[in-house]
Design a binder for this molecule. Structure first.
Ligand code: C5P
Length: 241
């Protein structure tokens, strides 16, 4: 029997990028001359994570990733391509199930990562992995910089949240594989249209388990709106690219 892997990543690249307002999905927009996803995959290549499953939306996207990213740079760790679903959580579920055959079920760890969060570093990856090994679940995060208010239906401020208790969630969100797979399985079976945008929330809701909040980085931004591209290029240039 083939040896099972202890660490694998599910890298999500099946979104359409509605908020960016471009035809090209945000994870494929050019940053310092390369598709953003190239920078994401490079960080995982430089980390100790053994394999990755890449979640994409179509055959064309898969071909593009193979040709223009993986073969071009000689990346070694993408072991499978999976089709995404309508929502982020559908894509995560497809990625998690695709890992069933390769992942060690009792001692494996999975890192769920947004492909559009392309400035992630091997350091952040290793930190969430080490914290997940200690706590079962660990999410990269940073303290919020701005004051956050809840808004009412008429557009007025309804409540000011206590800033020092707030953290902004990033990815990787890293978990014991069997734990997060069970949480997602329960959610997919029991809730037809769950309103979740992050994996730690799935674990909290379905298994009543909190996640440790690991130290992320303000540089670990997700390409979402046009100004993120300017910032991301500036950060890559600072890193010498
Ligand atoms: O839209 P959002 O910013 O939450 O997307 C985060 C990441 O999830 C992106 O890298 C995007 O490509 C991916 N995604 C996905 N499948 C979806 C929606 C988003 O793989 N249905």
């Amino acid at each position: 029997m083939e040896k099972k892997v202890q660490t694998a990543a599910v890298i999500l690249a099946a979104g359409s990028g509605k908020r960016m307002g471009t035809d090209v999905p945000k994870q494929f927009l050019s940053l310092c001359g390369e598709p953003a996803l190239t920078w994401t995959l490079r960080a995982f290549e430089e980390s100790s994570v053994q394999q990755s499953v890449l979640v994409v939306s179509s055959d064309e996207a898969e071909d593009f990733c193979r040709r223009e990213i993986i073969e071009k740079h000689g990346f070694q760790k993408v072991c499978a391509f999976v089709r995404g679903g309508a929502e982020r959580y559908d894509s995560v579920w497809n990625g998690l199930t695709a890992l069933s055959d390769v992942m060690d079920p009792s001692s494996g760890y999975v890192l769920i990562h947004d492909g559009a969060r392309c400035l992630v570093t091997a350091d952040i990856i290793e930190r969430t992995l080490a914290d997940a090994k200690r706590h079962g679940a660990a999410v990269a995060s940073v303290p919020v910089k701005d004051t956050i208010k809840r808004v009412d239906a008429d557009g007025f401020s309804a409540e000011t949240l206590e800033r020092k208790t707030l953290r902004q969630m990033q990815t990787p969100q890293t978990f014991s594989y069997d734990l997060i797979k069970e949480a997602y399985r329960l959610m997919i079976e029991e809730h037809p249209q769950p309103d979740v945008t992050d994996d730690a929330e799935v674990l909290q809701r379905m298994c009543d388990r909190p996640s440790f909040l690991s130290e992320g980085s303000y540089e670990n931004l997700k390409i979402t709106t046009p100004e993120d591209l300017l910032l991301a290029e500036a950060i890559l240039k600072k890193r010498g690219y």
